[in-house]
Design a protein around this ligand. Structure first.
Ligand code: DAH
Length: 347
């Protein structure tokens, strides 16, 4: 009993058990002697030994439970975590300004009932040019500085889309009208200098319905500009322009003030071009399988990278694609701050 009480761990307790109750334990040996005893002594002796065995077994059981409890308490103490300690500085990812602006545009147009759709970066000549009323010998093809893939056996060659406009015809051919879509995505042109990168981002917009006119175009784009720049009023100017896929076509400038390198949107007497737009050309509607006598619409294309630079005061386009951690920490956004119209697009 003293050995059981003194045991400090499982091994010592087991040794004590074997010493008393094992094959050659003291109590086991005493019990073996019973057989050689005269019957009148044996009964009383057997009762004593059995009592002793019960007490020992009980003591072993209790001690084992005590040891297990002590071991658990020690483990809990050693594994204790203080949840009230301050958070350690952890490296955190951030949302790239281009992704942020795409999310903001999506949020604004989703609020106006638009769907967000995407198209392939590797595009066919037909969707990128022909179906947009840019036939093979059209001079606009030269203006696009296109990256072409190698020619295939049948003479066709794929290309990296030079704008998001091909998704207009893809959508008209794959879904039933009316259409209200915005199409953010990557676009490519063989062009590289301070303000151009070979890969950049655009967002296309397309509305097709019956009785759509230029007033809808102006209203939608004005609402967008106010929401995007988070201003009650923006000055806008629609300048006549030319795109093969729209008629009439316009370029849109917003009012701003230039002060050296600084640029303030929404006030001042300077103008800044931000997008191209127009009424969808009847030929494009026909390529999209729609009857221009029944369906009309408007479209626009806007440069996302430039919008991000304007809204967030980012001076150099090329830094967007250098994956510099310090730049991303500085200009990036907190991943959990999803832009919403109700909660605010940006902080
Ligand atoms: N695709 C044109 C570009 O990349 C931009 C554009 C202009 C898109 C007018 C349109 C539009 O949808 O109507 O330069």
């Amino acid at each position: 009993m003293a050995a059981v009480e003194a045991a400090q761990d499982e091994a010592a307790l087991e040794a004590a058990r074997i010493g008393a109750l094992g094959k050659k334990g003291r109590l086991t040996l005493l019990m073996k002697e019973l057989g050689a005893m005269p019957p009148e002594l044996r009964k009383e002796r057997a009762q004593e030994l059995n009592l002793l065995k019960d007490r020992l077994t009980e003591a072993l059981h209790m001690r084992r439970a005590d040891l297990a409890e002590a071991a658990l308490a020690a483990r809990l103490a050693s594994e204790r975590v203080d949840v009230t300690l301050p958070v350690r500085p952890e490296p955190r990812g951030s949302i790239h300004p281009v992704s942020q602006v795409i999310d903001e545009i999506g949020e604004i147009f989703a609020g106006m009932g638009f769907n967000i759709v995407e198209g392939p970066d590797i595009e066919e000549d037909f969707y990128n040019f022909t179906a947009l009323n840019i036939p093979p010998e059209h001079p606009a093809r030269q203006m696009h500085d296109t990256f072409y893939f190698n020619e295939k056996a049948d003479g066709s060659r794929k290309l990296l889309r030079t704008h998001t406009s091909p998704v207009q015809v893809r959508t008209m051919l794959s879904e039933k009208p009316p259409h209200r879509i915005v199409v953010p995505g990557r676009t490519y042109r063989c062009d590289s200098d301070q303000t151009h990168t070979p890969m950049f981002h655009q967002c296309e917009g397309l509305v097709i319905d019956r009785h759509i006119h230029m007033g809808h175009l102006k209203g939608a784009l004005e609402d967008f500009c106010k929401a995007f720049f988070e201003l009650d009023e923006v000055k806008m100017r629609f300048r006549p322009s030319y795109f093969p896929f729209t008629e009439p076509s316009a370029e849109v400038d917003i009012g701003c003030r230039r002060n050296g390198a600084e640029l303030k949107i929404g006030e001042g007497d300077d103008w800044l071009e931000i997008l191209g737009c127009g009424m969808v050309h009847p030929k494009v509607l026909e390529y999209g399988g729609l009857d221009p006598e029944e369906w009309q619409g408007f479209a626009w294309g806007i440069g996302i990278d430039r919008l991000a630079m304007l809204k967030y005061g980012i001076p150099d386009l090329r830094a967007f694609f250098e994956s510099d951690q310090r730049w991303l920490q500085h200009y990036g956004f907190v991943p959990t701050d999803w832009p919403t119209l109700a909660g605010g697009l940006s902080r």
